[in-house]
Design a protein around this ligand. Structure first.
Ligand code: ADP
Length: 357
């Protein structure tokens, strides 16, 4: 995905929100650049919707500022903020045609009817719904309805698009198709988008940058690759993908690079993050520097393109390894109850503070 180098469009500084003494946002600061697709990702209750609603103008922050294109919008009503919104609970008007739904924001802005119609038809065309303008929303599939909502959100060419879990009601296949479509629309229209999801796969697939939220804070905001490769806390490591967290001194170094890493990192109060796909059960076939540990095979699960192997280390820690069909064949099969030697290369390790959450 192309790096986003645009100028800052949205600048949030020290934004906080309290609901009757409960703190939902804790001094959140975030800059979103022009053209960027940024996702707020976090578990339920971490403050994603509150942050998005504050940007939209539906929630009044307790403190902090929100600048859009350099202008403080904190005091502006929602309909004056130049935003497109697609929210779960922001349904289509059931008694209006598809066209009337998409024309609605332009009618509110008192755009002339013929011009509103032209732009609404254009927006429907862009979301792949040309020819559907006279239908009633009740006669559309879930995916088509969500496309109408997208058309309605983009029809006024907003400076910023806000989407809160727009695909959560759709089944898995359609959700994945719509992820591609929303990302494509974002690029074709040159939008700047803030997207909320609790689904880490969706976040990784769609975003230029992910802001991970935990208990009202943004704890890491980087590219999906950077967050996956180098999470900065136990929380992020385990929330984004599956992470095996092991003490480095429980692993046996192999090679000068691993010895040096063990010396440098071993004393620190850190845990090594081992991703399942970086673990091999065939250390002899992997010549480089790395770490080895013995483990018992608890269970193997065939996954079509490989095997998920559940391991238990001699210290009793559970570890998930994902290995290729070729490796499993080379080892002559992997039997539950057998003892294996697992290997992870130095270059694939990252570290998080053991004391972090
Ligand atoms: P998320 O979108 O990550 O699930 P929310 O922003 O919806 O999280 O909520 C963050 C926290 O704020 C939650 O603990 C939630 O219960 C609380 N909260 C949200 N809205 C309100 C409200 N109107 N009144 C009181 N508490 C609220």
């Amino acid at each position: 995905m192309a790096a986003v180098t645009g100028t800052p469009l949205l600048e949030i500084t020290d934004l906080s929100k309290q609901y009757h003494g409960f703190t939902a946002l804790r001094a959140v600061s975030l800059t979103v650049r022009d053209g960027e697709f940024l996702t707020l990702l976090g578990p339920s209750g971490s403050g994603k919707s509150t942050l998005l609603m504050a940007i939209a103008g539906f929630v009044q922050p307790t403190g902090g500022s929100i600048l859009l294109a350099g202008r403080d919008i904190s005091a502006l009503p929602a309909n004056k903020r130049d935003l497109g919104v697609v929210f779960q609970n922001y349904a289509l008007f059931p008694h209006m045609s598809v066209l009337a739904n998409v024309m609605f924001p332009m009618r509110v802005r008192r755009v002339a009817r013929s011009e509103a119609r032209r732009q609404a038809l254009d927006a429907l065309d862009r979301v792949g719904l040309a020819g559907f303008e006279d239908r009633n929303p009740a006669n559309l599939s879930g995916g088509q309805r969500q496309r109408v909502a997208l058309a309605r959100a983009v029809v006024c060419k907003p400076r910023l698009m806000l989407m809160d879990e727009p695909l959560s009601a759709l089944d898995k296949n359609l959700r994945e198709r719509m992820q591609v479509e929303i990302r494509g629309l974002h690029e074709r229209l040159g939008l700047t988008t803030i997207y909320v999801t609790h689904d880490q796969r969706e976040a990784m697939a769609m975003s230029d940058r992910i802001a991970v939220m935990e208990r009202g804070r943004i704890v890491q905001a980087e590219t999906p690759q950077a967050i996956y490769r180098a999470p900065n806390s136990r929380f992020t490591a385990t929330f984004i993908g599956h992470a095996n967290l092991l003490r480095l001194d429980a692993l046996e170094p192999r090679g000068a690079g691993a010895e040096a890493m063990a010396t440098e990192r071993g004393a620190a109060d850190e845990l090594a993050v081992l991703r399942a796909e970086h673990i091999s059960l065939d250390p002899d076939a992997n010549g480089g520097d790395g770490f080895i540990f013995a483990a018992e095979v608890v269970r193997t699960l065939f996954q079509g393109d490989g095997w998920l192997v559940l391991l238990s280390t001699t210290d009793g820690a559970s570890v998930e390894a994902r290995i290729s069909v070729a490796e499993e064949a080379r080892l002559g099969g992997i039997a539950a109850g057998s003892t294996v030697r697992a290997f992870v290369p130095c270059g694939q390790l990252s570290f998080v503070p053991a004391a972090s959450q």
